[in-house]
Design a protein around this ligand. Structure first.
Ligand code: FUB
Length: 336
């Protein structure tokens, strides 16, 4: 596989969460559509209303099966719009789809919908996960069976609304992190302030709630300090967790600087020591991705906007192989 493969040219899909269930590779993407809403930096143009499930058994050449619509915003009592990223985890033969959407007040939360099969259909819970906020859930099941939810995204993803006070004296030395909770005041952080982290929470035994208050996922820079808000490699959105040779690999999009980066740690909570860039910018919004092993090979799933359209924000799914070096670092991928 020398070049990336466009997986599903017949429709716009993004934010692919790839998981292996019952020897089949399933992809749980967002379903992009052009609603006519104007493009803005907070993703107001991403007015997705439903989810489809895709699957395949040969990543390089096999046919991609579209299992059809498995959940729509009309079915979810608490959600009003913008069904963004989702991911699925299995426990005791049940499949839990965790997704992000806005409530009628325009606030993002995470919700759960349950199915007997990975291809759905999924039945939503009546309320969002208690205490959940922001976007981009990644569901990670560790070898001991514990399930963790990584989540969060800046700017339109609203992560900056929680646990942070906008600096009273915004100066030219500060980084703009997006609007604060009043949705108007810009949130500034001093250049040397720690970056706003992704969040992680262990899930309850029934996989319907957080079992604990979410923790910040700290990425350490080359000096061993928490990465700074001004670092172009700092977390922005699209968390993903995978394990390789006993180590925990936390990967994420740097958002406005458009890189896909990763750090490595010794447990699901981190800290994770920054290792490098996996993928340079794609066209369109950020490097949302997933990393999965299937039939002895490692793959990177992501999205891009070329060559399938000329809007520069309707996205299409891509995949290519991922290789590790002897020391466990990931070889940078070329998107051509
Ligand atoms: O698909 C909507 C948003 O765009 C996602 O939540 C972000 O990660 C970005 O890909």
């Amino acid at each position: 596989m020398k070049h990336p493969r466009y997986l599903f040219p017949s429709d716009y899909m993004a934010d692919p969460s790839a998981n292996v269930f019952n020897d089949r590779l399933y992809i749980f993407p967002s379903h992009d559509r052009d609603s006519g809403e104007a493009f803005d930096d907070d993703g107001g143009h991403f007015q997705m209303r439903d989810y489809h499930v895709l699957s395949l058994t040969d990543v390089e050449h096999g046919e991609v099966t579209d299992h059809g619509m498995v959940l729509s915003v009309e079915q979810v009592p608490w959600a009003e719009r913008q069904m963004w990223d989702n991911d699925v985890v299995e426990k005791n033969g049940k499949y839990y789809l965790v997704f992000s959407a806005k409530d009628p007040n325009g606030v993002f939360h995470l919700g759960v919908a349950v199915a007997d099969k990975p291809e759905g259909p999924f039945v939503p819970e009546p309320y969002p996960i208690r205490g959940s906020f922001s976007i981009d859930p990644c569901m990670f099941k560790d070898d001991d069976g514990e399930i963790y939810c990584y989540f969060g995204g800046l700017w339109g993803g609203q992560l900056q609304w929680y646990g942070l006070t906008p600096s009273a004296s915004a100066t030219e030395e500060g980084c703009v992190m997006g609007p604060a909770a009043d949705k108007k005041t810009p949130l500034y952080l001093p250049l040397d302030a720690p970056a706003i982290p992704s969040m992680v929470a262990r899930m309850s035994d029934d996989v319907l709630q957080f079992a604990e208050a979410p923790h910040g996922v700290v990425v350490l820079d080359s000096t061993g300090q928490p990465m700074k808000a001004s670092d172009p490699h700092r977390f922005f959105e699209a968390s993903w967790m995978h394990k390789y040779k006993g180590k925990y690999y936390f990967s994420y999009s740097t958002g406005d600087t458009h890189m896909l980066c990763y750090g490595v740690g010794d447990n699901p909570y981190g800290p994770f020591t920054f290792q490098g860039v996996i993928l340079d910018p794609v066209v369109g919004w950020t490097t949302h991705h997933s990393i999965v092993e299937y039939k002895g090979e490692w793959y990177l799933f992501y999205h891009d906007c070329v060559p399938s359209n000329d809007t520069t924000w309707l996205r299409s799914l891509k995949v290519q192989k991922l290789y590790y070096n002897e020391d466990g670092t990931i070889q940078k991928v070329k998107n051509d």
